[in-house]
Design a protein around this ligand. Structure first.
Ligand code: AMP
Ligand code: FES
Ligand code: ZN
Length: 266
C-alpha cells in the first residue's frame, strides 16, 4: 500500500525517471524508506548526510546512513558542518542562546541552507526529504495554533510557488504516508535506521505538538489529518514568492540577509 501511495505521489508531481535526486538522509526510518523507494522506482539517487556534530547522536546517525548507502549501493556525500563552516551546531547554539531561539528551529534553518547549496554543487535536479503525513499534520497544527493556518498553503509533495535558478525544489515522497506505516515498512525491508529521535527535537515546540497528537485517540488523529488534507487542497495558494540573494552568502533568501547568515553572525 505504501508503495502504491508513493508511486501515485511521484506520478502526481510528474517526475521523469532520469531526474537526479539528492536524498537527505538523517539516519532515521523516513529518509531510509524514501531512498529505498525512489531507487526501487528507478530514480538516480545519491545520499547526503549533514553532520551537525551533536555529539554521539550524530555519530550513530552517520553509522546508520553509511550502512544504508552500502546496502543500496548509492553514493553518500557527508557535509561536516565543523569542517565547512568552522563551528559545530553546539557552538552555534551557545552563541544564540540569549535570543531564546529553540535549538531545533536553528538546526532546521541550517539544514535547509546546506541542502540547497549542496544539491546545487552536485547538480541534483531535486532534493528529497523523508517528511511523512504525521510531520505535515504537526506543521499544520502548529500553524493553526499560531493563528495562521494559511501558512500550510504552500506545503505539499513538492515545494510550491518558488522558481529560481539557485533554488533546488524539494520533494516529499512520503507526504501521504502515515508515520506508523513508514516504520512497519522500514522494519519489513530490514533497512538500517536509528530508533531514537534527536533529544533537542523533543524539547521543541514541534516536539510538544507531536506528543499532543500522539496522545489522542487514533480516530482524533486521523481527523486532524483529514482536516489538513481537505484544508490544504482548498485554501488559496500563496502568490509566487520573489527570491532575493543573500548579501552575505549569495544563497536564495526572502530578505536581504538569509536566516542562516543572521543566525551565524551572532
Ligand atoms: P526531521 O526534521 O529530523 O524530522 O527530518 C526531516 C527530514 O529531513 C528527514 O527525513 C531527512 O530527509 C532530512 N534530515 C534531517 N536531518 C538530516 C541530516 N542530519 N542530514 C540530512 N538530512 C536530514
Ligand atoms: Fe534539530 Fe536535533 S536539533 S534535529
Ligand atoms: Zn546568507
Amino acid at each position: 500500500m505504501i508503495e502504491s501511495k508513493v508511486k501515485q505521489t511521484l506520478r502526481k508531481i510528474k517526475l521523469p525517471t532520469n531526474t537526479k535526486i539528492l536524498v537527505a538522509l538523517s539516519g532515521g526510518k523516513d529518509s531510509a524508506v524514501t531512498a529505498y523507494l525512489l531507487q526501487r522506482f528507478g530514480f538516480k539517487i545519491e545520499g547526503l548526510y549533514i553532520d551537525l556534530r551533536i555529539g554521539k547522536y550524530s555519530e550513530d546517525c552517520l553509522k546508520a546512513v553509511k550502512e544504508l548507502c552500502k546496502r543500496l549501493k548509492i553514493k553518500l556525500h557527508v557535509y561536516d558542518i565543523k569542517k565547512e563552516q568552522g563551528k559545530t551546531m553546539q557552538d552555534i547554539w551557545k552563541k544564540i542562546k540569549k535570543k531564546r531561539l529553540n535549538n531545533c528551529a536553528v538546526c532546521g534553518v541550517f539544514k535547509k541552507w546546506i541542502l540547497n547549496k549542496t544539491a546545487r554543487k552536485f547538480k541534483a535536479d531535486k532534493i528529497a526529504t523523508g517528511h511523512n503525513l504525521d510531520d505535515e499534520a504537526q506543521t499544520f497544527l502548529m500553524n493553526v495554533f499560531k493563528g495562521s493556518p494559511e501558512l500550510s498553503a504552500n506545503s505539499g509533495a513538492i515545494t510550491k510557488n518558488i522558481k529560481d535558478k539557485k533554488f533546488i525544489p524539494r520533494i516529499k515522497p512520503l507526504f501521504y504516508v502515515f508515520e506508523e506505516d513508514v516504520k512497519k515498512y522500514a522494519i519489513q525491508k530490514k533497512l538500517p535506521f536509528i530508533k531514537g529521535k534527536c533529544r533537542y527535537s523533543q524539547e521543541s515546540y514541534r516536539g510538544e505538538v507531536r506528543n499532543f497528537i500522539n496522545s489522542l485517540s487514533g480516530k482524533d488523529k486521523k481527523n486532524i489529518m483529514k482536516n489538513f488534507q481537505s484544508f490544504s487542497g482548498k485554501i488559496q495558494k500563496d502568490k509566487k514568492t520573489k527570491m532575493l540573494y543573500c548579501e552575505v552568502c549569495g544563497e536564495p533568501s526572502r530578505g536581504k540577509i538569509c536566516k542562516r547568515c543572521v543566525l551565524f553572525r551572532h
